[in-house]
Design a protein around this ligand. Structure first.
Ligand code: GAR
Length: 205
């Protein structure tokens, strides 16, 4: 069975939802390790409660290069069997850019969720960006990670209609609901080897 590593920085609701879905929906993947770059990420406690191993690899105060930091992450993933041959890495609110070396090593095995319909509104505060731009629809995107920010091949997207009285909070809440639907679905598709990448496109099924 494939081994799953989840990388978080904070709340961890996507992580929690993926871990619970693995159990309830019988997704054929072993949740091997949750790694946080922040010592106080609330998601760590949730993972522990669910009986999943956790590691903290603090990025704050880390003096080395991005590549050196990512080597530590790769070391931890490898320790738990999340390898380029037999692993899947899910970024779930992991607020760091991944080095090209990490991406290359785990080619098409690192997945991210972003709270907008990429390529619109990449980067931070995507929901706020969408409201400020005035778009009528936003949503979320699960995509493979490549060496730039939020640019890799799209796997699944879900659309959310923006209401006239939406605030960043209300929109984020509705988008998060969709995130919780499509992220476990992608993990399931990946675990069952149903996702193929052809150039920028993914083929599902
Ligand atoms: C989620 O909304 C996720 O899409 C977003 O951070 C939140 C993490 O929440 N990620 C990004 O903005 C990445 N650019 P969570 O910790 O509760 O899963």
């Amino acid at each position: 069975m494939l081994n799953l590593g989840i990388l978080i920085s904070g709340r961890g609701s996507n992580m929690e939802n993926i871990l619970k879905s693995i159990k309830s929906k019988k997704i054929p993947i072993n949740p091997a390790i949750v790694i946080s770059n922040k010592v106080d990420a609330p998601g760590l406690k949730i993972a522990e409660k669910l009986g999943i191993k956790t590691e903290i690899i603090e990025s704050r105060g880390f003096e080395g290069s991005r590549e050196a930091y990512d080597k530590k992450i790769i070391g931890s993933l490898t320790k738990y069997g999340v390898t380029p041959k037999n692993g899947l890495v899910c970024l779930a609110g992991f607020m760091r850019i991944i080095s090209p070396q990490f991406v290359k090593k785990y080619k098409n095995r690192i997945i991210n969720i972003h709270p907008a319909l990429l390529p619109s509104f990449p980067g931070l505060n995507a929901q706020k960006q969408a409201l400020e731009y005035g778009v009528k629809y936003s949503g979320c995107t699960v995509h493979f990670v490549d060496s730039e920010m939020d640019t890799g091949p799209v796997i699944l997207q879900s659309v959310v209609k923006i209401k006239e009285n939406d605030t960043e909070e209300s929109l984020s809440k509705r988008i998060l609901k969709e995130e919780h639907k499509i992220y476990p679905e992608v993990v399931n598709l990946f675990a069952r080897k149903k996702i193929k990448v052809s150039g920028r496109r993914t083929i599902i099924g």
